[in-house]
Design a protein around this ligand. Sequence first.
Ligand code: 6PG
Length: 257
Amino acid sequence: VKPPNLYAFATADELAIQLRSYVLDAQNQSFARHDVFRIAVSGGSLPKTLAQALLQPGDGSDADTPQFKKWEVFFADERCVPLDHEDSNYKLVKENWLDKIPEDMGKPTVFTIDEKYLDDVEEMAEAYEQELVKVFAKGDSVRVPMFDLILLGCGPDGHTCSLFPGSPLLRETNAWILSISDSPKPPPKRITFSLPVASHGIKIGFVATGAGKKEILKKIFDGDDGHSLPSGLINHLAQDRVSWFTDTAAVEGVSFP
Ligand code: 6PG
């Protein structure tokens, strides 16, 4: 294990078991603070891995059961497409995870984008930010929303959420949700958590697997400029609140102490 917390597993099954216990710990700690679990997820391969983790049988105790009725699920980034479009992160989460939850486990409350703003990405970002304000600020002024858990992926270029390397959006210090109309990864129109929101989760988990991630993980953990990459920046800012769930192929060449 290398600081902050870098875990590499030999198999996808092993990763799913450990990710499950990490998410359920976060759930249980969050229930001790308030009677709700607020989790943000991104797209890519994450929803499928998360579903595999959460929908496997546990030991039957409350602590080892996802209590989905008390979960509020948000999107760390979303594509500005209809919710049933094949590029939609909501559709990905719905088909891979939400639709597979057995009836008796209850369903999370999901905060999606408002399709009414599909023609105006800035309006869409503003509207999603207002959803967060309603949940996290409730009349008070809150500088940044505190998610109980933020689960992120890491692209081979070091992007995370829809924060891409070199983007001026990385300098945003106030807004919670940002809009993008020229994303280097299609589709071009997206909304995303800003860096302050993405780095302020009580816990932040990155899931990055496969040989396609080994060069970028070397840069983040061993390189001189790892901090300049979006995922490296979050890793740096959030320190021991961050955990990385990876596999052997993804950490090949990363030097563990
Ligand atoms: C998106 C995703 C994106 C993703 C990474 C990693 O909407 O494009 O949220 O940030 O998490 O590209 O994706 P993989 O896990 O599939 O490599």
